[in-house]
Ligand binder design. Structure first.
Ligand code: SF4
Length: 470
């Protein structure tokens, strides 16, 4: 009987895609998927450390897996992957009572099947299970897991191995790591320095995704618009987009996330000219105050960001913008926060991920800046920001009511099982009634009503949008 694996994923799209890669690697090694941790021979927890709360989830889940092990007298091999694994390494054991058998860093996931086999072997050798294992350097009574946090420069990935979890969209990594070192961010420490994936490798994966029936590709990287092809001198992100656009079989191309510092006119003109590129830009701003942006080491100002928004809208007028915002960053005054509110009101983002600042280990902000905005004040600020953003979203979504939008149906709605869900090119979530057979199709929808986070409509009789990909 085949051994079974379960992967639980926290965090961003990059982590979701890493989990798809790990799933493919485990299946190549003979494992089959299961939904149940009790049934699994291996449980992989793919972690996120961008926010403190995301990190806490790991320890809650490890506690639950420890219960399974104690209740059943044995349990799955537990592997911790992702940013917390890379950042904390063996320290995870001290906080979790030694429940992890494998700790695999962000650049070592290709070695996961081998590490799991080593853990299985180790468990067999001890005869009494991994809890009896001790070695030099481990805390008293705490077993030492198999740990691989080594860097890995090669960012190619074998074609056909990834087990894609979405039937409509395919994630394709174009850049790993980041060199920016924004003062609040752990990513350069957890994912390493910026490494560009060869264009030929990216295009092969895009072609494979399109051939497998995926209608949309999402190009992933910490700063996608910093892309330079290592295998084709002179090919930048615009050149890559043009090449991806030429791949037959695709209807839509998205990417996340661009950085506000890298927006040549050439890129915006290509975006306006190429119809498969979605009219949506996620453009993290983080704060509306130049003073705070400087402390965050973002290397742009409020004024240059607003200037960029003006340039983008002049060239791609139908674009929708979304952003990330942090409130309560060290030193953020009332006046700074007012600037965040006024920038939000001026830009009118279609959506926003907003967070209260929490210091992340080893970052410049954690090492050098006092976390001096009181928790109650952070809460007041985020509530005010989210109320403003919500009212903007309601207004923007209401402008769609009565009109027709093109929707790529991507699955069942989270709101009701009888409804489908999809997105417009601008990334607005559209719920509509209909059969599962519509999933993966571009349909025309008349919008009937709008809420802050999605709109609801009916498919227009007898008319669909022709696939663009032919
Ligand atoms: Fe983190 Fe800044 Fe790099 Fe984004 S650009 S991943 S916020 S360091």
């Amino acid at each position: 009987m085949a051994r079974k694996y379960l992967i639980e994923t926290f965090g961003c799209q990059m982590n979701v895609h890493d989990s798809e890669r790990m799933a493919g690697l485990l299946e190549q090694a003979g494992f089959e998927p299961t939904e149940d941790a009790v049934d699994a021979d291996v449980v992989v927890i793919n972690t996120c450390s961008v926010r403190e709360r995301a990190e806490e989830k790991l320890y809650t889940r490890l506690g639950e897996l420890a219960l399974i092990k104690s209740e059943h007298g044995h349990g799955p091999i537990v592997a911790v992957a992702g940013c917390v694994a890379q950042q904390e390494g063996e320290a995870i054991l001290r906080r979790s009572g030694g429940i992890a058998d494998v700790i695999v860093g962000t650049q070592a996931i290709r070695r996961l099947p081998m590490l799991v086999e080593q853990a299985v072997e180790k468990k067999g050798q001890t005869g009494t299970g991994i809890f009896s294992r001790r070695s030099r350097g481990a805390s008293e009574g705490i077993p030492v897991p198999i740990i691989d946090l080594d860097p890995f420069e090669d960012v190619t990935f074998p074609l056909g191995v990834t087990r894609r979890s979405d039937p409509v969209k395919a994630y394709v990594t174009i850049i790993e790591g980041c060199n920016e070192f924004c003062s609040f961010c752990v990513v350069p420490y957890t994912r390493g320095h910026e490494r560009m994936r060869p264009k030929a490798d990216i295009l092969a994966e895009v072609r494979e995704a399109a051939a497998s029936g995926r209608r949309e590709v999402q190009l992933l990287g910490q700063i996608v618009n910093h892309y330079r092809a290592p295998d084709e001198p002179g090919c930048d992100f615009t050149g890559l987009l043009e090449a991806v656009h030429a791949v037959p079989g695709l209807d839509r191309i998205r990417f996340a996330s661009p950085h506000p510092r890298h927006f040549p006119e050439r890129f915006l003109e290509a975006m306006a000219a190429l119809p498969k590129i979605c009219r949506h830009l996620h453009l993290p701003v983080q704060s509306g105050s130049t003073r705070v942006l400087e402390a965050m080491r973002r290397r742009y100002t409020r004024e240059s960001y607003l200037d960029l928004i003006g340039r983008i809208r002049a060239i791609v007028p139908d674009v929708a913008l979304s952003t990330d915002m942090i409130v309560g960053f060290p030193g953020e005054s009332d006046a700074d926060f007012e600037e965040t509110l006024s920038l939000t009101a001026a830009v009118r983002f279609h959506s926003m991920f907003s967070f209260k600042y929490s210091p992340r280990p080893n970052t410049l902000a954690q090492l050098r800046l006092a976390d001096d905005v009181h928790e109650g004040e952070k809460t007041r600020r985020i509530v005010a920001l989210q109320a403003l953003q919500r009212s903007i979203q309601v207004e923007l979504n209401e402008t769609l009511v009565g009109g027709e939008v093109e929707v790529l149906v991507d699955g069942a709605s989270r709101r009701r099982e009888t409804e489908l869900s999809g997105r417009t090119s601008q990334n607005v979530v559209v719920n509509l009634p209909g059969p599962a057979a519509w999933i993966g199709r571009l349909v025309a929808v008349r919008v009937e009503r709008a809420g802050p986070y999605s709109v609801w409509g009916l498919r227009t009789d007898g008319f669909d949008f022709a696939p663009r990909g032919a």
